[in-house]
Design a protein around this ligand. Structure first.
Ligand code: SAM
Length: 179
């Protein structure tokens, strides 16, 4: 299971980018997104996409993110914090994938992604502080690249049997199947 924990979401102000973080997480292979406070706009957008495009991606809210990380780690999960100050993904990703394959109990991954300034506890609690290059950019880009590297491209072929809409890839036309 791969989960994404969105820290620092500001109600109203961040709704569009947080929705993009959630939808990108889903499309690139994560199973769940967790927020520290509810935002109906984000929740509804996620649920609408899941309803039409299928799958089981979940939106959830946690009471205490620190507590959540603690128990995730206690259950042998791997915690990755995405930050421009971290170790370059090009160097660290192979190690993370190997670690994930190591033991049967350490398959779950929690990815922390920030909005505004991320508290220092996130850096301390994470098993890996990972940068997608050491330049500031966007949480959407960072999560997309991390998930793509984690699944080694395979999530781009994901299809959902319960989808009501399906795209037929074409080099010429827009072709959509409605079921
Ligand atoms: N200024 C904020 C800070 O110091 O934490 C960062 C704000 S940035 C717009 C929002 C989030 O995008 C960050 O918390 C991080 O998760 C992600 N991010 C931005 N650039 C990144 C990079 N180069 N590598 C990894 N993650 C990045």
């Amino acid at each position: 299971v791969v989960e994404v924990l969105r820290l620092g979401h500001r109600w109203g102000r961040d709704k569009r980018i947080s929705t993009h973080v959630a939808l990108t997480s889903r499309a690139l292979g994560a199973d769940k997104i967790l927020f520290v406070s509810n935002d109906d706009h984000v929740k509804d957008s996620v649920n609408r996409i899941v309803e039409q495009w299928g799958g089981d991606f979940k939106f959830d809210v946690v009471d205490s993110w620190k507590q959540y990380i603690w128990s995730f780690k206690k259950n042998n999960g791997i915690v990755i914090h995405l930050t421009m100050y971290g170790e370059n993904i090009n160097e660290i990703m192979k190690k993370i994938i190997e670690k994930r394959q190591e033991g049967k109990d350490s398959k779950n991954i929690l990815i922390i992604i920030g909005a505004e300034k991320v508290p220092k506890e996130a850096y301390e609690l994470a098993d890996y502080n990972v940068s997608v290059g050491n330049q500031p950019h966007s949480e959407v880009a960072a999560i997309a690249i991390l998930l793509d590297r984690l699944f080694e491209g395979s999530s781009l072929y994901k299809e959902y049997p319960d989808a009501k809409i399906k795209v037929n890839p074409s080099d010429r036309y827009k072709s959509v199947e409605i079921r």
